[in-house]
Design a protein around this ligand. Structure first.
Ligand SMILES: [Zn+2]
Length: 384
């Protein structure tokens, strides 16, 4: 049975700040933000505590909208359609760019295509291969499926049960209780948004660059090298100097699963060189300088420098994990107890494995590794 295996652990990536924000029913789970005239993002707010769901880019061209990523579910796709119609009732979505295959980025497309059947769906060839290859095992599947809908509902139910157990503690601090109640509700909303979710493969792919011209808002879709996945697309708006990085940049804690440490550093350098004014990360708030990119590069280099020599000496992965010390960068990224709880699982553990494979010349295969985003997946594989 296919599962949304990214969900539970990634939810730690949310920060502790409870924002005083009224949820917009039209764009839930996102909050819209105009980052330049005609350039919007649908942002996952810091007080979203259920699964990790991608930010979305909305770029208005003269003859239609270009969308960057689409969320995790059919309901998310419908929210994007609703938002676009609120901006310009008669303008179609002409293209959706999928930055990479992880399930929280492509799974809203079916609903967008239902509303705009001629929509172009664009990704790198690697991302398309991923959506049709072994990785698809952790995606929703290529057709609507009641089995998948049911699995999603169950998984949300498990998360809610865990929350209920914690809520039963009468001594729970009030702020934590409020967060948990909010999280419980968001898991319910995610499950409700799910029925009918399936994957629509890209209708066109590119190798290096694909441009969508426009007088005011030209869009340049680039592959700048492997990073978070084998085929991350970067969306560059040369006139507004806005870049949508996908999960090459994720804050406040980066995600490290099945990634390519050495290439990632180079790719981050190429993003830096674009000279952006605003960077919209795959998850997290927009950025206006290269400080966070510098921290990411620093952490990846630190992991490579510590893991590489041990791996080349023949040390097994479990031993390497005991012989490295990443407290320096934990202090940089994990600035709260909640973030600290997610830092090792989301970043250090997968990145140590990636760095070891890289040092030994072992291929890093998308969707395959000792570290699973959801530890329950490993147990299922063991047949427990
Ligand atoms: Zn993501």
């Amino acid at each position: 049975m296919r599962m949304m295996r990214f969900l539970a652990i990634l939810s730690f990536a949310s920060t502790v700040v409870p924002a005083a924000r009224a949820a917009s029913p039209d764009t839930s789970p996102w909050v819209p933000r105009e980052i330049a005239p005609g350039v919007h993002m649908l942002e996952i707010p810091p007080d979203y505590y259920a699964a990790a769901i991608s930010n979305v880019g909305v770029i208005e061209q003269a003859d239609g909208f270009v969308i960057v990523d689409s969320g995790m579910s059919a309901g998310h796709g419908r929210a994007i359609v609703g938002y676009v119609r609120s901006l310009a009732a008669d303008k179609p979505i002409k293209a959706v760019v999928i930055t990479h295959w992880h399930n929280d980025h492509p799974q809203g497309i079916s609903a967008i295509r239902d509303a705009f059947p001629k929509v172009r769906i664009i990704a790198t060839a690697q991302t398309k291969a991923g959506m049709l290859g072994p990785e698809v095992g952790s995606l929703a599947g290529l057709t609507p499926s009641r089995e998948v809908d049911e699995a999603a509902r169950k998984e949300a139910g498990v998360a809610q049960e865990q929350i209920d157990k914690i809520l039963a503690d009468p001594d729970l601090p009030e702020d934590r209780r409020a967060r948990l109640i909010r999280s419980r509700q968001q898991w319910g909303e995610l499950a409700e948004s799910w029925p009918g979710t399936y994957i629509v493969p890209p209708t066109e792919t590119f190798a290096r660059q694909l441009d969508i011209p426009d007088r005011e808002h030209p869009v340049s879709i680039r592959f700048l090298g492997r990073a978070n996945t084998a085929g991350d697309a970067v969306i560059w708006l040369p006139r507004q100097k806005v870049v949508f990085s996908g999960d090459i940049v994720v804050s406040p804690i980066p995600f490290g699963f099945y990634s390519y440490p050495k290439d990632w550093v180079k790719t981050l350098g190429r993003i830096e060189k674009l000279g952006f004014v605003t960077l919209v990360p795959g998850h997290g708030a927009p950025q206006n300088d290269t400080r966070y990119i510098g921290q990411l590069i620093g952490s990846i280099e630190d992991i490579r420098a510590q893991v590489g020599p041990l791996a080349r000496k023949g040390m097994p992965l479990a031993e390497i994990r005991k012989n490295v010390d990443f407290t320096r960068f934990e202090a940089v990224f994990a600035t709260s107890p909640r973030l600290k709880a997610g830092f090792a699982g989301l970043w250090i553990e997968p990145m140590v494995e990636n760095a070891m494979k890289e040092a030994l010349g072992t291929p890093i295969v998308q969707g395959e590794g000792e570290v699973q985003a959801d530890p329950r997946e490993k147990e299922r594989k063991k047949g427990k």
